[in-house]
Structures are given as C-alpha cells and as structure tokens.
Design a protein around this ligand. Structure first.
Ligand code: ARG
Length: 464
C-alpha cells in the first residue's frame, strides 16, 4: 500500500490539503473492493470501446486504454499492483495506474461516467457471477442428494414430527425433500439474476450525460439484457444485492436444517448415518470422538449470512436518492455472505456424497416408537368400518397396553388385541410392519417407493 499525503489526484482540484488520516481510514474501500477489479476493468473496457465507437474519444486513445487495462489486470492477478489507500477505491486505483502506464489517454476514460454508475455496474456484475456460482453449487448438491435418494429409495427410517417418532418413511423420501427445497433456492437465484441483469453504466453521477453515449452497446458488451431505464434508480438502489442476500439466507436456512439432522443422525444415540472421515474431525483429548464439524459449521454459517441481509437492509433504509457514501458499506457483507454460502454448499455436497446410511439402525428405529399406530387405526377404519375417531381411541388403548408390557405393537397377541376390540382379526398384523406401512402411502408426493422413484426420475430428467 503506497500512501500520498497531498490532495487527491482524481478529485483534489478544489482542495488545498490532503485528508486527515482518520478521514482516509473511514473513506477508503480499496482493502475490500479490490475484489471488484476484474469487473471494474471489464466495464471500463466496454465503456472505452463504446466511447470510441460513438466518436467521443479517438480509436487510438481507446486502443491505448484497452491495452493499458489489460496490463493493469495482469498486475492485479500476479499480485504486483501497487494498491494505494490514498486513492480510496478500486476505480481510482485502476485509473491512476492506467495513467502511469499510458499517460494522457487514461484521463479520457472517465468521460460520460461517474464512480456512481461505475460501482453500481461492477457490483452488479460481481453479484450476478455469485448467482451463477450458487446455481452451480446447488445443482451439484441436488445431484448428490439424488444419488443418496436413488440408493435408498426403499430404505425405511423413522419420520419425525416434534422430533418424536411419527410414521415410517424412506431415506429416499427424506433426501428428496431437500432436493425440492434446494430447487426452490436455485430458482430464487435464477429469478434474482434475471431481475438484476440490467446495466447501470451511463447513468453517470445520477442524471445521465450530455455526451452521445450508446448505453445499449455497453449493456450488451457486459452481458446485460438492457440498460437500466432510470439513471437515478441505476446509481441508487442495491436491491439486487439484497435479493441475492435474501436468496442466500433462505438457502443457508435449508442447509442449516439439514446440517442439524446430520449432527443428530451421526450421534452415538441415533447412529442413522456414518459421515466420512473426510468431513469429520477428531478430539484432542477424547480418542473415541469423531465430530461432525463440517455439519456444525454449515449449521452456523446462516448466522453471518442473515446478518449480512439485515445489515444491508439497515444501511439502505432511509437513504434519499441518489447515491450516498453509505452505499460503500454494501460490499463487505455481501462478499462474506457469498463466500460463506459457496463454502457451505461445497461442504454439504461433499458430505452428502460421502455419507453412508446405517441401514440396520434406520430399520430398527423405523419400527420402534409405535410408528405404525396410524396404520393400525387406518386398518380399523378400513376393515372394521369404525369411525376414524373411534379407531384412534382403540389404537391408543393398544399402544398403552404395548407400552405397559414393554413391547412394540406387532408383539401383542391377537387375544390381547381382541380384549380391546373384539372384532379385530389376524389380518391386522399385515399392516403393522414398516415396509407395508411405507408402501401403502402411495398418494402423490407420499413416501411409498413408487412415488419416491417417480420423483427421482423427474428430477434426474430436469437436472440433465
Ligand atoms: N467506493 C465507492 C463505493 O463503493 C465508489 C463510489 C464513490 N462515489 C462517490 N461519488 N464518492 O460506493
């Protein structure tokens, strides 16, 4: 970091003295917005080409700018670029270096633009790239979940409500629930991307410009669908970053719920799943420990991602149009949230790809806790014609009897059952097994393997 104590080379015309050190410290964003370097240079190249095409600068100046910007980019990529805090931000750092490299033509690059539309453009490009990364990351996670679902489509396990055993379900059904959730997350990133894909460049400081620029050309060169239609809006909103963050928060919430299940499932009390060594750690004091640290950290990442959302919403509320320097506070939290989300997605994909369901433990747990009590009640309705409320009551009495005897429902004898309701016949035992229970729930979206298989096929097709 080089430092100059004279007034700013870019805007210091009306200043006699340089900034106080504290002013420089609060004002400079280069330490973090250097992450926008590639986007800044890409946007500057598009802008310079457009200025030349419109006859606003000469072709030879545009060529010098284009070459110079490539040199700047390679300096940044190779780590030799002389970042300066006195030059505040990435935009002025790049332009000042360009001036050192190519001289006078560098001063023509900023014609018909402002840092206000420049930063809005750079940041949009960056966030758009992160939407793409999230879409790819979610696709990989959905594939990993599909693999688990396919391998375990008829593997029975307990389904829970209130974390109490409710009814048997299948491993495949449980995995596919997350495929649905992550698919909605992916769709949210896709929607946000489409909405943010308009170009602010050319809005200039806030009001547009008197130069005959071609905003459609720069928008197209940067892969945007169109230029933004209102210059005040273009420089003053950060809703695109907020949409990214809210999509990220929801996605991180889903990741956190699944991570929590993996933490519970991998415990010695549950033993539902074996996480791979690659995604576990040991304890420095307890030799037997294999800790699900990756799952715990994924469970926690939602905290900083939600924090970023609330942080930026709070920065933006109450800001008058158009640009205010408050908006420089938009970046760090978005960077951190994006990094956290991509890491969490990658870790979850890796863990899901590696994990092994513990089939015997899942099967045993599926049949315990009177998990087929609803099947028994349904049978009383179907076979004996009892009203469901009465069937519920009879089943409750049978559960109580089994509980008192310390056995499961299928362990009661027919005589014991008949002591509760005399019309019960031996066929009742057919519905008390977990496989039967699961395969009977063949309503659309239900846990029966035929239904789960249909969903797996549908998603395999969609993810192709
Ligand atoms: N570093 C600033 C930001 O991130 C760039 C825009 C500054 N514009 C200005 N007029 N001071 O918001």
């Amino acid at each position: 970091m080089t430092d100059t104590k004279t007034s700013n080379a870019m805007w210091g015309g009306r200043f006699a003295a340089g900034p106080d050190a504290i002013m420089e410290a609060i004002n400079a964003s280069i330490d973090f917005d250097k992450r926008l370097a590639a986007q800044d240079i890409e946007a500057s190249r598009a802008h310079a080409a457009m200025l030349a095409a419109q006859g606003i600068i000469t072709d030879s100046d545009a060529a010098a700018i284009r070459e110079g910007l490539l040199t700047v980019l390679s300096e940044i990529e190779s780590g030799t670029f002389p970042f300066s805090r006195a030059l505040e931000d990435i935009h002025m750092n790049v332009e000042a270096r360009l001036k050192q490299l190519i001289g006078e033509p560098a001063g023509r690059l900023h014609t018909a633009r402002s840092r206000n539309d420049q930063v809005a453009t750079d940041f949009r490009l960056w966030v758009r790239g992160q939407c793409d990364a999230a879409i790819v990351g979610l696709g990989a996670l959905m594939q990993a979940l599909l693999g688990q679902a396919e391998a375990g489509k008829d593997l029975v396990m307990p389904g829970f409500t209130h974390l109490q055993t409710a009814q048997p379900v299948t491993w495949g059904h449980h995995m596919m629930a997350y495929v649905e959730m992550f698919a909605r997350d992916r769709a949210r990133f896709t929607d946000a991307r489409a909405r943010m894909n308009e170009c602010p460049l050319g809005a200039a400081a806030l009001a547009g410009t008197s130069f005959p620029i071609d905003r459609a050309a720069t928008a197209e060169a940067l892969g945007f669908d169109r230029p933004m239609a209102n210059s005040l809006d273009a420089v003053s909103d950060r809703d695109f970053a907020l949409e990214f963050l809210s999509s990220a928060s929801l996605c991180a919430t889903h990741l956190s719920r699944f991570a929590e299940e993996l933490v519970i499932w991998s415990s010695a009390q549950f033993r539902f799943v074996i996480l791979s060594d690659r995604f576990s750690t040991g304890s420095s004091i307890m030799p037997q420990k294999k800790n699900p640290d990756a799952a715990e950290l994924i469970r926690a990442k939602v905290g900083r991602i939600n924090g970023a959302l609330v942080g930026l919403l709070t920065v933006m509320k109450g800001l008058p149009l158009a640009y205010s320097k408050d908006m420089q506070e938009d970046k760090e939290q978005v960077f951190d949230a994006a990094d956290s989300l991509m890491l969490a997605l990658a870790a979850m994909s890796g863990m899901v790809g590696d994990m092994k369901p513990n089939t015997p433990a899942l099967r045993a747990a599926a049949g315990s806790g009177f998990s087929t009590a609803t099947d028994l009640a349904d049978w009383l309705v179907r076979a004996l014609g009892l009203p469901f409320r009465e069937a519920h009551h009879v089943t409750g009495a049978l559960v109580k009897m089994a509980e008192d005897k310390g056995v499961d429902l299928p362990d009661l004898s027919l005589e014991e059952m008949r002591s509760v309701h005399p019309d019960i016949v031996a066929e009742v035992f057919d519905v008390l097994g977990v496989d039967n229970s699961v395969s009977s729930r063949a309503s659309y979206g239900g846990t029966a393997p035929v239904q789960v298989e249909a969903q797996i096929l549908r998603w395999k097709d969609m993810l192709k």
